[in-house]
Design a protein around this ligand. Structure first.
Ligand code: CMP
Length: 140
């Protein structure tokens, strides 16, 4: 494997505006390879499980509702320091604070509808990837 892996979701606000390819270009231009990718309609059960760590947050219901409101594209990204690199490529969670050229600065509508998710650690990347992909789905 060339480098490490992270898990990504292109969120419903981006798929709704037909921005999958535009987001993927920023990912690839940033030096990461898309080594697995699938467009799905997330179920409530999948979204609640995926965001379980946020279940006590006031925005949890809104977050699950948004993530199930339309198609998402789940991805595995590979490259040098993939977790940190993708967080740089995405920019800050709040698009108002995101740096120029980042996915969230370019495309996000708000802190909730922020176009992309990326894992926050190698451990979580492994757990998140396993929720959506088997080893045979990932071709580097
Ligand atoms: P994500 O990286 O997918 O992980 C948790 C998500 O919760 C985060 O991106 C945001 O989209 C969302 N989130 C964080 N804070 C808020 C908030 N104050 N209101 C709505 N959604 C939020």
């Amino acid at each position: 494997m060339a480098g490490t892996r992270t898990f990504s979701i292109i969120k419903p606000d981006a798929t709704e505006r037909n921005l999958t390819g535009a987001v993927n270009k920023v990912i690839e231009d940033g030096g990461l390879r898309i080594v697995a990718q699938r467009r799905i309609q997330m179920t409530q059960v999948q979204a609640e499980r995926f965001y379980g760590v946020h279940s006590e947050r006031p925005f949890f219901g809104e977050l699950v509702e948004f993530m199930t409101s339309g198609p998402v594209v789940v991805q595995v990204l590979e490259g040098e320091n993939a977790v940190a690199r993708y967080r740089d490529i995405m920019g800050a969670t709040n698009p108002a604070e995101a740096a120029d050229g980042t996915i969230r600065k370019l495309f996000a509508k708000s802190i909730g509808e922020n176009s992309a998710h990326g894992s926050d650690s190698d451990e979580n990347a492994e757990l998140e990837i396993a929720q959506f992909f088997s080893a045979a789905d990932i071709v580097g």
